[in-house]
Design a binder for this molecule. Structure first.
Ligand code: GAP
Length: 508
């Protein structure tokens, strides 16, 4: 996937009503996006699939929907007030602010770009005889650039792991990194910047009334652990799941919906007995990877990335990364969070947050393994690998959004061949019957060919064409999106046919 493909994803998302820049009539608001009429359907289907597989298919996981506003002590306890920071640097000439780690990562990306260019050139020169592996292992230019890249990575990891802000600054100066806007190397020192949005509760502004927009949904689960455990009579191990908005004042918010200031998370905290965390961590790693693959995401688009530097609350952590057009990036985190959060909440609230094990006659603060996936990133991942440009046998091309059938915004589009001679009425009748089975569309504008193309681009799995014969034989032509095969189906069998192909259960 390339930069070009990424541009195509952004323009396709807008053209077909998936994603619009927020408040566009006022020239938009950076890193904020609105989901359009088709985007909201796809997004809801992803949520539904996650909720079904994580909550409804597990007898020991339940869901909640906690408030976005929480008592300010929540964020003191969780460590977000003290430690939820990004290292920032300002360019004195352009007055632009950057994340120091991103500036260095971009520098590394440029080196990688040069390596890829070198390989592309050699491929062209040597043609069929080209062996990429050997070339990478022997070409002096590639080897030198790989060495440079690794040296920078080592220095960068050391500086960030020890939170040594002056070492980060020194590295930016040593690499002679310039501001993308002013082109100058005139940098301020590196400082920490808290990512939480702060606002005031009620009309009086003051320290005591400051509250935050939640930067993760997880804390809404932790503070409700006892409520759910007691009222649900839950036995450990059990999980609590939640889908909801989270907010982070990201300084570098970019790459479309990949990094936004307002986004949605789907999180599950699994409460376990201390000492069993390794087993459950492995279990959830495997389960979550299977979930991604069940959506038909090709194996080589997914990988684990184990964290070396662990967050203050974790004793093991990894990301599931997806191959976006701009490289492998995190879509989901799996974290073994120990008993850090519950212990902190116990201390600050002065309320006992324990689990009493009746069999062992002992009580303890449960440990937690968390799975946390960004809904918007999952949306972008699905669009990224589904959007295809195909050349057809007759030399023409088509754009197709090959989404898993059950996630597509519409499962079927009902299309009368022409608008006259009773075909519209017949088609509307079919549409009215089908709409209670699944989301479907009725479309009578433009030629049938154009309507097929439009529905391919929207990802609609089936186009149902009502023609003159339909009046006679009560059958319709059903065209499948991916193969473009057409078959004649009795109208009376249509609902069962569509349901048997698009039902979400087929994904499990
Ligand atoms: N409760 C743990 C937690 O919040 P995280 O790795 O910071 O962990 C989890 O976030 C997921 O949320 C990420 O894997 C990513 O998919 C999504 N996410 C985080 N920041 C985001 C942002 N600014 N825009 C969109 N998605 C984001």
């Amino acid at each position: 996937m390339t930069e070009e493909h990424f541009k195509k994803i952004i323009s396709h998302s807008k053209e077909f009503g998936f994603i619009f820049p927020s408040s566009e009539i006022y020239d938009g608001l950076s890193a904020t996006y609105d989901y359009g009429q088709n985007g909201v359907e796809l997004k809801n289907n992803i949520k539904k699939f996650w909720w079904r597989s994580m909550v409804q298919m597990h007898e020991n996981i339940v869901g909640i929907d906690a408030a976005i506003f929480m008592h300010p002590n929540t964020w003191k306890a969780s460590g977000h007030i003290d430690a939820f920071n990004d290292p920032l640097i300002d360019n004195k000439d352009s007055k632009k602010r950057y994340r120091a780690d991103i500036l260095i990562e971009d520098y590394i990306l440029k080196i990688e770009g040069k390596i890829e260019k070198e390989i592309k050139k050699a491929k062209k020169r040597f043609g069929k005889d080209f062996n990429e592996k050997t070339f990478r292992e022997t070409n002096p230019n590639v080897l030198r650039r790989e060495r440079d890249k690794n040296d920078i990575k080592i220095k960068m990891d050391k500086a960030f792991n020890s939170e040594d802000l002056s070492a980060i600054y020194d590295l930016i100066i040593e690499l002679e990194i310039t501001c993308p806007v002013s082109g100058s190397k005139n940098w301020t020192n590196v400082r920490q910047f808290n990512l939480m949005f702060k606002t005031d509760l009620g009309s009086v502004s003051g320290e005591s009334t400051s509250i935050f927009l939640r930067p993760e949904t997880a804390q809404g689960i932790f503070v409700n652990y006892l409520n759910v455990q007691k009222t649900g009579r839950k036995k450990i191990p059990f999980g609590i799941a939640q889908i909801g908005k989270a907010f982070r004042n990201e300084i570098i918010a970019r790459q479309f919906i990949f990094r936004m200031r307002e986004f949605e998370q789907m999180e599950m905290q699994f409460f376990i007995k201390p000492g069993t965390q390794q087993k459950w961590y492995e279990h959830w790693k495997e389960t979550r990877m299977k979930w991604h693959k069940s959506l038909g995401i090709p194996e080589d688009y997914l990988r684990f990335h184990d964290h070396v530097k662990l967050a203050h609350y974790a004793d093991a952590a990894c990301d599931i990364e997806f191959k976006f057009p701009f490289g492998f990036k995190e879509i989901e985190g799996i974290h073994s969070r120990t008993n850090f959060d519950l212990k902190q909440h116990e201390e600050l609230s002065k309320k006992k947050i324990r689990y009493f094990d009746p069999e062992k006659n002992e009580s303890y603060i449960p440990y937690v393994v968390e799975t946390s996936i960004g809904l918007d990133r999952m949306f972008l991942a699905l669009i990224s690998y589904s959007l295809k440009e195909e050349t057809l046998e007759d030399g023409t091309s088509r754009t197709v959004l090959a989404l898993p059938f059950s996630l597509a915004p519409n499962k079927a589009a009902v299309l009368p061949l022409v608008k006259k001679d009773g075909l519209s009425e017949k088609a509307k009748e079919i549409f009215n019957n089908l709409k209670s089975i699944c989301n479907c569309a009725y479309d009578e504008k433009d030629s049938i060919g154009k309507r097929y193309r439009r529905n391919d681009a929207l990802g609609t799995p089936f186009c149902i064409t009502v023609d003159y014969e339909s009046i006679e034989d009560n059958s319709v032509t059903v065209r499948e999106r991916d193969s473009m095969n057409q078959e004649r189906i009795k109208i009376s069998e249509l609902s069962n046919f569509i349901d048997s192909k698009v039902n979400m259960n087929l994904l499990f």
